[in-house]
Design a protein around this ligand. Structure first.
Ligand code: ADP
Ligand code: MG
Length: 625
């Protein structure tokens, strides 16, 4: 789907099929692209200008400024300068309440599960909008540099981001006017930047150590057939390079005989000291010693810091990250010897002491740190974007299934077997049974989508399990298994376990579904969530009622000699009543009528109940042919 753009200045038509890669970071964001001549990924921007601080400043006229210019307002106008918006994406106020005070801007208190709102100059913004401002800025930056309009992107997110955080990121992209072709895990992108996983034959286990400004993540990945699987993640959402700066600031205060509380009370002094600390930290990544001067409260002080001292100061923070690494290794059930590669990500991994300690922890002579650690995620996103743009036909990268896969159960309900966002390859199964005595065939219809009723989802195919030996309803044990391989091809297996009768078919779930289709379907699922729930519970009630009717009719038919004429007549009337009411869409009325029928039949049913009925009344059943 190529986009056609008309340049309104000169009337020429421009076709841009470039797909950009975006690292939407907590502290900093970057945009990257693959050069079509040398096939290398590069970050857009001049040297000092590649990194865009993830900061948004909104002035009194609601004008929006993003990046370095916004950052300069952080202290002077903290209530209308938003930083760390990534921490708010897909989160509710309740999720964030314990940290609410650490944000310099106003989070609107709310006790619902809804996404948190931010109030700026009396206007309400949500994190999706705010993130879209950063994305729009990055999009415009790319357009200015490339001289053409850009419509498609790949955006990265932390591996631990849940569904709603991923969806929120996707929506932010959409709001920024970007068609988000894929949301990629940051550690996956970082590995790609180092070329790990690009060779299909390669099988590797990788540790990605990402120490940014305010967050730390460790991810253990396994790559097989070009598929990245997250084995485990760990980390600390409030540990990062900013903590290094803080320890230096504290240290200098003590050295200079200043009270840290006094400095903190004066916002501009505090900011000056913090910036000096960061400068020293960065300098120590290159040199063994830092010396400088600072003016605080109109007094000039000399500053100095040895690399050795700095390492002692940050040691507890580094130790903490290694503890997380140990936990991630434990969760992945691996020893450090089983890790083939360690990838260093995040600006803070420029600190030599961090590299040293990580090398030692993983018992490696070398770690992957040749690329710019603050650029690797964006570079990897650009490589993924290049693959999705169709420029590299040799590789197929698929890491999750975008929509849920399931089958139709009685009442036209969607029964999900593999939920959306499951890692590929993936396999799952569930047992079903028949709903009618002697049923010999079972139709299995396979659907893709998030809605409760299959009629609202997309049908992928259907097949029939035949030759089921005659058994009472509820007795056959039919195992339906979905096997989704790395290429997104779905295989469905159905086996009747008592007899061994089986059937297998191949289905291609991704076929013909563009990302736009996926998005539309997800959006519809969100919008219809409540109505769907009602429809589902009505359908479930009707199915239950139909089962009760079927069983009661059978009961009367098979046991007429055991029942009094009165009992038979009463039951028949109650059945007719329930059948009539089932035609209406009133769940409560159906339940009342069903209860009445159950009440009438219970005394004699108990007398003559055979096991099969009990079984048939519970459990899920497929529709009959
Ligand atoms: P995020 O992923 O959280 O957006 P980044 O990966 O951009 O963050 O990392 C930002 C952090 O990297 C900041 O704390 C910054 O001070 C630190 N940093 C940048 N350059 C260096 C350097 N040369 N040495 C040490 N730390 C650095
Ligand atoms: Mg980052």
């Amino acid at each position: 789907m190529a986009r056609i753009k008309i340049n309104i200045k000169d009337g020429t038509i421009k076709r841009s099929d470039k797909v950009i890669g975006i690292d939407l970071g907590t502290t900093n964001s970057l945009v990257a692209l693959v050069n079509q001549e040398n096939h290398e990924a590069y970050c857009l921007g001049e040297n000092g200008d590649k990194i865009v601080p993830s900061v948004i400043y909104i002035d009194a006229n609601n004008q929006i400024v993003v990046g370095d210019l916004a950052k300069s307002h952080l202290l002077s106008e903290s209530s209308n300068t938003v930083y760390s918006v990534k921490r708010l994406l897909g989160r509710s106020f309740t999720d964030l309440a314990s940290h609410a005070r650490s944000f310099g801007y106003h989070l609107v208190p709310d006790d619902t599960k809804a996404m948190v709102n931010i109030e700026i100059n009396g206007k309400i913004y949500n994190p999706i909008e705010l993130s879209s401002f950063i994305l729009k800025h990055l999009k415009q930056k790319a357009e200015t540099i490339l001289g053409e309009s850009i419509g498609k992107a790949v955006i990265t997110v932390p591996a631990y981001f849940n569904d709603s955080q991923r969806q929120a990121t996707r929506d932010a992209g959409k709001l920024a006017g970007l068609d988000v072709l894929r949301i990629v895990n940051e550690p996956t992108a970082a590995s790609l930047a180092y070329g790990i996983g690009l060779n299909k034959a390669e099988q590797k286990t990788i540790a990605v150590y990402d120490l940014g400004g305010g967050t730390f993540d460790i991810t253990i990945l396994q790559i097989q057939n070009g598929v990245f699987e997250v084995l485990s993640t760990n980390g600390d959402t409030y540990t990062g390079g900013d903590d290094f700066d803080r320890t230096i600031a504290d240290y200098w205060c003590i050295e200079l005989g200043l009270k840290i509380e006094d400095i903190e009370a004066n916002k501009s002094d505090y900011q000056t000291l913090r910036l000096k600390s960061e400068e020293a930290k960065k300098h120590l990544s290159e040199a063994p010693e830092y010396t400088g001067q600072i003016v605080l409260n109109n007094n000039t002080y000399n500053l100095s810091l040895l690399r050795e001292t700095f390492q002692k100061l940050i040691n507890p923070i580094v130790e903490k990250t290694l503890k997380s690494c140990a936990m991630a290794m434990k969760d992945a059930d691996l020893s450090v010897e089983e890790i083939d590669e360690v990838v260093m990500v995040g600006g803070s991994t420029r600190t030599l002491y961090v590299i040293e300690r990580v090398q030692k922890f993983f018992k490696k002579d070398q770690v992957n740190n040749k690329l710019n650690p603050d650029e690797v995620v964006a570079l990897g996103a650009a490589i993924e974007a290049d693959i999705l743009a169709g420029n590299r036909k040799d590789i197929l990268l698929l890491d999750v299934t975008p929509l849920s896969l399931g089958i139709e159960t009685m009442g036209g309900l969607m029964d999900v077997i593999i939920p959306r966002n499951s890692k590929l390859p993936s396999s799952a199964g569930r047992q079903y049974t028949t709903s009618i005595d002697g049923q010999s065939k079972l139709k299995i219809s396979v659907y893709q989508g998030e809605r409760e009723m299959v009629s609202d989802n997309r049908k992928l195919g259907e097949f029939t399990l035949e030759n089921i030996p005659a058994m009472p309803a509820g007795l056959p044990k039919i195992d339906i298994r979905f096997i989704l391989n790395a290429d997104g091809i779905l295989k469905v297996e159905a086996v009747e376990l008592r007899s061994g009768v089986q059937q297998i078919i191949d289905i291609e779930p991704q076929y013909g579904l563009s990302d736009n289709d996926v998005e539309t379907m997800l959006l519809a699922a969100m919008q219809h969530a409540e109505a769907d729930m009602h429809a589902r519970s009505l359908a479930e009630t009707k199915t239950e009622a139909e089962q009760v009717i079927y069983q009661c009719k059978k009961l009367v038919q098979n046991n007429s000699s055991l029942l009094s004429g009165e009992e038979v007549a009463e039951t028949k009337t109650a059945i007719e009543n329930l059948e009539l009411i089932c035609k209406e869409n009133d769940k409560e009325a159906i339940i009342t009528s069903m209860d009445r029928l159950n009440h009438i039949t219970r005394p004699f049913a108990e007398r003559i109940m055979d096991e099969a009925i009990g079984k048939a009344l519970t459990g899920k059943k497929l529709d009959t042919l």
